[in-house]
Design a protein around this ligand. Structure first.
Ligand code: FPP
Length: 240
């Protein structure tokens, strides 16, 4: 059972659901359905992203992670890549301006060095100046999970630390973050696509046909209700 307040209107999650991750999918299809160029789907998707992050904070989620741009996404047509990067650039700039209002702690997962020095610096700065806020938003940008694990393994080997699950985790981009309890993928695709492969070991997966730009708070409620109806056993047995 999901948790509703006494008036049975507002959903509140508890400590069982700390971290939700989203794989944004369906922007292109959303635009195509309307006879629009794919870029329009990304513009709408960026608005949805802000709405959904705000809603997750409202219901008590502590960590939100979004897969915004993978290392494979660079192979898309140049005008599409340009639009996505420009939306991200605008978002990052706006996030700094609205920091006090939104009270979000930002972390970027992925290799920043491929972005312009100005954009990479903005990301670093935003991480620094937002570090004291509680609601954590991880934005995976130029991110690939296998590359993240290889990088962490190389850092760990060079550090001379003992090799354990904990030390390896501490070299991932998500260091210090709890693993996702729930991963939501939109637009009817049912795979992880190189996203949080290590961190997803015990995550519950939820797939919805809703295209990302159409995602509403009520779709998040459905995913949350589905999550609470499941029994998480972490490889053990329950009730024995
Ligand atoms: C997936 O839909 C979407 C992406 C790969 C890009 C997501 C980027 C944004 C929403 C832009 C800005 C983001 C932020 C965080 C401000 P798709 O294009 O793969 O859709 P399709 O499968 O229908 O073609």
């Amino acid at each position: 059972m999901a948790l509703f307040d006494k008036n049975k209107t507002t959903l509140r999650v508890d400590e069982r659901l700390t971290h939700i991750a989203f794989i944004l999918d369906g922007n292109g299809r959303w635009a195509k359905k309307r006879g629009l160029p794919r870029e329009f789907g990304h513009t709408e998707g960026a608005k949805t992203f802000k709405r959904i992050v705000r809603y997750c904070g409202d219901i008590g989620i502590k960590v939100v992670t979004v897969y915004a741009f993978s290392t494979e996404n660079w192979s898309r047509p140049k005008n599409e890549v340009d639009r996505i990067i420009s939306l991200l650039g605008e978002y990052i700039k706006g996030a700094e301006d609205e920091l006090e209002e939104n009270k979000i702690r930002y972390t970027f997962l992925g290799d920043k060095s491929v972005f312009t020095p100005e954009m990479a610096e903005r990301m670093r700065r935003l991480e620094e100046i937002s570090a004291h806020y509680e609601l954590r938003l991880n934005i995976a940008l130029n991110y690939g999970s296998r590359a993240e694990i290889v990088r962490a393994a190389a850092e760990l080997a060079a550090s001379g630390e003992p090799i354990t699950e904990e030390t390896l985790s501490s070299h991932l981009y998500t260091a210090g973050c709890p693993d996702p309890d729930l991963i939501v993928r939109t637009a009817n695709e049912r795979r992880l696509s190189n996203f949080l492969l290590w961190q997803a070991a015990y995550s519950e997966l939820y797939f919805t046909p809703t295209l990302w730009p159409d995602m509403q708070p009520s779709d998040v409620d459905e995913a949350v209700a589905d999550f609470y109806a499941r029994e998480r056993r972490y490889g053990g047995v329950v009730g024995k």
